[in-house]
Design a protein around this ligand. Structure first.
Ligand code: SF4
Length: 523
């Protein structure tokens, strides 16, 4: 039995995708190997959002032994791909592939007697019955990706490039690579219907399940590669999302994070939230071995937190805000990715809201009966951002009183509208000066916000236990790190480990710092 290991880079969406790939491969008879060094195949689930992410992946590739196979998937592939379309309709009785598509490619040329490699759109693939017809055809969306050939010169063990959308016909690709695969077609033929049995988490525990409710994005913000890397929007059916959440809750997930590039644009987003909140835990499934400690304190069963990411400012409905105001399990945290406090910059970014809209939204959140923490994203020195534009952003930040700002210094990404339209001619050093100024404002606001938390009681999910010298029981210098329900990082130095990662712990805030709270445990 072949073993595989997945290295996941980037956002929560990639972690959710990794869990699906894992489910498909296990279903096909492969086995997951926790130790990367022992795996036959190492899968890179890549991120392309910044050049730095791509460099990191290329660096990691160097660590893979030549006798291990490498598969690379997702954003980096999609982003570097130049699409070509099949010219002749695939619906005709005898369809033909135009000659420019009948090229050799990395595995078709080696494995098939008469390889015909075509690039098909999703809708074209849907029209095709790949089970019975064209047996000598390998369907690969990236057969012509020049990146593959460049990388394969360096890494001869590179075996497969693929997109997440291709997950449903991954078994067909593997057959072409001479892997022995056994699978039931029904299990894999629709990406969104795959319910991963195991959670691939960004944390050191598996209490948090990432559940995608949509993929892709139609917004085409000028700076963003997502619509090119992940394709256009596709929404998953409500029943499917709820079924997946129910499965995870039954299997001891205590926190669910709904995912989508614009998660709140799903037309039935509020319905999904209501249905998940109404789910009962009727689990008869045994608590997984590693989760046993929580059972002893009776805090282990059922959903405790529901979160979602990443929203778009204009798609928050009144009903959604009302739910935040009253539903205890829906976390009191809203991320509102503003990007800039200047209307002129927002317009150039193709963000379809105004500063006045954003201010009104924040005021509406503050009117809710519950304290909601608000975080945001700001891009610093988007091309053409003047000093006046930047000052408007600082002014907005004062109004927003954000608990955290995820600040990114603008860097041009190939293929985006901004890269084609606006010159990025300001040096990083100059841009950094604005970053520092914004950071100073953020630090002060964070201090002021956190000071008000003293004496408050929160429930913290322990994500990490840091020990001195790697030992758990020395009694000194042990640090518990986690997040409150309003997404504030919280830490505590303790003498003895009495809690575990994945535990929920009731705490009282006793100290604060910038971006961080400290706590004492309540009995
Ligand atoms: S909304 Fe804009 S920034 Fe967000 S994923 Fe879509 S294109 Fe990118």
């Amino acid at each position: 039995m072949k073993t595989f290991h997945i290295l996941t880079f980037g956002c929560q969406m990639n972690y959710a995708d990794s869990a699906r790939i894992r489910a498909v491969l296990q279903h096909c008879g492969f086995s997951y190997e926790e130790d990367i060094k022992k795996a036959d195949i190492v899968i890179f689930e890549t991120c392309s959002v910044r050049q730095k992410s791509e460099d990191k992946i290329t660096g990691k590739l160097k660590e893979i032994r030549p006798d291990q196979k490498v598969w690379i998937t997702w954003c980096m592939i999609q982003h570097n791909f130049r699409s070509r379309r099949l010219l002749k309709s695939v619906t005709s009785d005898e369809w033909q592939v135009p000659s420019q598509f009948q090229q050799w490619n990395f595995f078709g040329s080696l494995m098939s007697q008469k390889p015909t490699i075509v690039w098909l759109t999703n809708s074209e693939l849907e029209l095709l019955d790949t089970r019975n017809s064209i047996l000598d055809t390998v369907f690969v969306n990236h057969a012509f990706n020049p990146l593959f050939h460049i990388l394969q010169k360096k890494w001869r063990n590179l075996e497969l490039f693929r997109r997440i959308d291709d997950t449903w016909f991954l078994p067909l690709m593997l057959e072409r690579l001479w892997y022995k695969v056994n699978y039931e077609w029904e299990f894999i033929n629709e990406y969104e219907k795959i319910i991963p049995e195991s959670i691939t988490s960004m944390n050191m525990h598996t209490s948090t399940a990432y559940v995608p409710i949509s993929t892709g994005c139609n917004q085409f913000c000028a700076y963003c590669i997502v619509p090119y890397a992940r394709g256009l929007e596709k929404y998953f059916p409500v029943e499917q999302v709820v079924k997946e959440c129910e499965y995870h809750i039954k299997h001891w997930a205590k926190e669910i994070v709904l995912l989508g590039q614009i998660v709140n644009k799903h037309p039935q987003f509020v319905e999904i939230i209501k249905k998940i909140l109404a789910l009962k835990d009727e689990s008869s499934v045994d608590c997984p071995k590693g989760l046993k400690p929580c059972l002893t304190r009776n805090d282990g069963r059922g959903l405790k937190r529901l979160r979602y990411t990443s929203p778009y400012p204009t798609y928050f409905s009144k009903e959604l805000l009302a739910l935040h105001g009253k539903e205890e399990k829906l976390c009191p945290h809203i991320h509102m990715p503003l990007q800039s406090g200047s209307d002129a910059v927002l317009k150039r970014m193709f963000r379809w809201y105004s500063v006045t809209d954003a201010k009104k939204f924040i005021d509406d959140v503050r009117k809710l009966k519950r304290d909601i923490s608000i975080t945001t994203d700001i891009i610093i020195w988007f091309p053409g951002e003047t000093e006046k534009d930047f000052e408007q952003t600082l002014k907005f930040v004062e109004h927003g009183r954000f608990d955290m700002i995820y600040m990114g210094i603008y860097s041009s990404r190939p293929g985006t509208l901004a890269q084609k339209k606006y010159p990025d001619d300001v040096s990083r050093e100059v841009k950094r000066e604005r970053w520092n100024r914004l950071n100073e404002v953020l630090k002060r606001i964070s201090r002021e916000n956190n000071e008000k938390e003293i004496g408050n009681i929160h429930e913290m999910l322990v994500n990490e236990i840091k020990m001195e010298n790697g030992k758990r029981s020395t009694g000194n210098g042990i640090q518990l790190i986690g997040y409150t329900d309003n997404m504030k990082q919280i830490t505590c130095n303790i003498q003895r480990v009495t809690r575990n990662v994945w535990d929920f712990v009731k705490v009282k805030i006793i100290k604060w710092a910038e971006f961080k709270l400290s706590w004492e445990m309540l009995p």
